[in-house]
Design a binder for this molecule. Structure first.
Ligand code: ZN
Length: 93
């Protein structure tokens, strides 16, 4: 067996391996997608369920009253304004 024949066989083997590898890589790229160019942008994060945060925000708005003395927004359950000290009427609830 001559050296030239060994080199040719080695070249053919490398060529076959390379062809197989490139074909599998093409299949992999077709299924997964190339990382260099994304086919589509990442979908935005799903919005949070609106039921509980909305009700909590509504509760916060309902529980805040405006001070008659200084106009500051203070919680409705406080006895008097934290800004000017004006006693708050408890007639809302
Ligand atoms: Zn006040």
């Amino acid at each position: 067996m001559g050296l030239l024949l060994k080199i040719i066989l080695f070249g053919v083997a490398v060529y076959a391996v390379w062809k197989t590898f490139s074909r599998w890589k093409g299949l992999f790229d077709r299924f997964v997608g190339k990382p260099d160019e994304p086919a589509r942008p990442a979908p935005p994060a799903p919005p949070p369920p609106p039921s509980e945060p909305l009700s909590a925000r509504k509760m916060a708005i309902q529980d805040t009253i405006q001070c008659a003395g200084c106009g500051a927004y203070i919680p409705a359950n406080v006895e008097k304004c934290g800004q000017c000290g004006l006693p708050q009427p408890r007639s809302q609830s």
